[in-house]
Design a binder for this molecule. Structure first.
Ligand code: E4P
Length: 218
C-alpha cells in the first residue's frame, strides 16, 4: 500500500520522506490554511519538487468551467501535480474535461459507493473516500472502502482508491487488509504506526544488559 502524506506542511512532509514513507501528498484548502502560506502555487511546487510523486492540489471554484480552468492552471505547476476536485455534479463535468486533457484527477469528499462509481466513470485517476468523517457520524468508513474496491473490481475500473480522513493506526491496518491502493495519512499518525510498548521495553532491557557487559569489561 502506498502512503501519501495528508499535509501541506513542508517540514512534516520532509520528516516522513526521510523515513521512506512518503509516496505522495494530498492537500486541501484547510491544510493549506493550516500551513499558513498564502503563496499556495509556490508551496505546491515546493512539495512536488520534494516528493517526486503525486501531489494533490485542490480547486476552489464551485462551477465546472471554473474548476476546469483552475485545474488546467494547477496541472501546469508540475508534472507530479494531481488536481483535486470535489464530487459534485459540476465536479463530474470538470473531472471528465480534465481527464480528457490527460490530467490526473483525485475526486475528493466521497462518502458513497455511487459517488465513487460516477467519478471512476468520469475518468478520475484517484478516488478519496473519507473514512474518519463517516465514522464521526456513526457510519462505517471502512465498509465504504471495501464496497468501492469490490465495485471497481467488478468492472475493472482503474481508478486508485485513496483511503482519506485517516485518524488512527487501525484505519491504516484496515486499509491495508482491504487492499486499498493508497492511504493518505496525517504526519502525526505516522509515529503511532511504529510505536509499540513491547519494542520500548525490549530495547530498554537490551540496553541495560549491554551497559552491564560494558561495566564488566571496565
Ligand atoms: C484527503 O485528501 C483529505 O485531505 C483529508 O484526508 C481530509 O481529512 P480530515 O477529515 O481529517 O479533514
Amino acid at each position: 500500500m502506498k502512503f501519501f502524506i495528508d499535509s501541506a506542511d513542508l517540514k512534516a512532509i520532509q520528516d516522513v520522506k526521510a523515513m521512506g514513507m512518503c509516496d505522495g501528498v494530498t492537500t486541501n484548502p484547510s491544510l493549506m490554511a493550516k500551513a499558513g502560506r498564502t503563496d499556495t502555487d509556490a508551496l505546491l511546487k515546493e512539495i512536488c519538487r520534494l516528493v517526486q510523486g503525486p501531489v494533490s492540489g485542490e480547486v476552489t471554484a464551485l462551477d465546472a468551467d471554473g474548476m476546469v480552468a483552475e485545474g488546467r492552471r494547477l496541472a501546469k505547476l508540475d508534472d507530479h501535480l494531481v488536481v483535486k476536485v470535489p464530487t459534485t455534479l459540476a465536479g463530474l463535468k470538470a473531472i471528465a474535461a480534465l481527464a480528457g486533457d490527460g490530467i490526473a484527477v483525485n475526486a475528493t469528499l466521497v462518502f458513497s459507493v455511487n459517488q465513487a462509481l460516477l467519478v471512476a466513470k468520469a475518468g478520475a485517476a484517484y478516488v478519496s473516500p473519507f473514512v474518519g468523517r463517516l465514522d464521526d457520524v456513526g457510519e462505517d468508513g471502512m465498509q465504504l472502502v471495501s464496497d468501492v474496491l469490490e465495485v471497481y473490481d467488478n468492472y475493472d475500473l482503474e481508478t486508485e482508491v485513496i483511503v482519506a480522513s485517516v485518524r488512527h493506526p487501525m484505519h491504516v491496518v484496515d486499509a491495508a487488509l482491504l487492499g486499498a491502493h493508497i492511504a493518505t495519512i496525517p504526519p502525526e499518525v505516522i509515529p503511532k504506526l511504529v510505536a509499540h510498548p513491547l519494542t520500548d521495553k525490549g530495547l530498554a532491557g537490551f540496553m541495560a544488559d549491554w551497559a552491564k557487559l560494558q561495566g564488566r569489561g571496565a
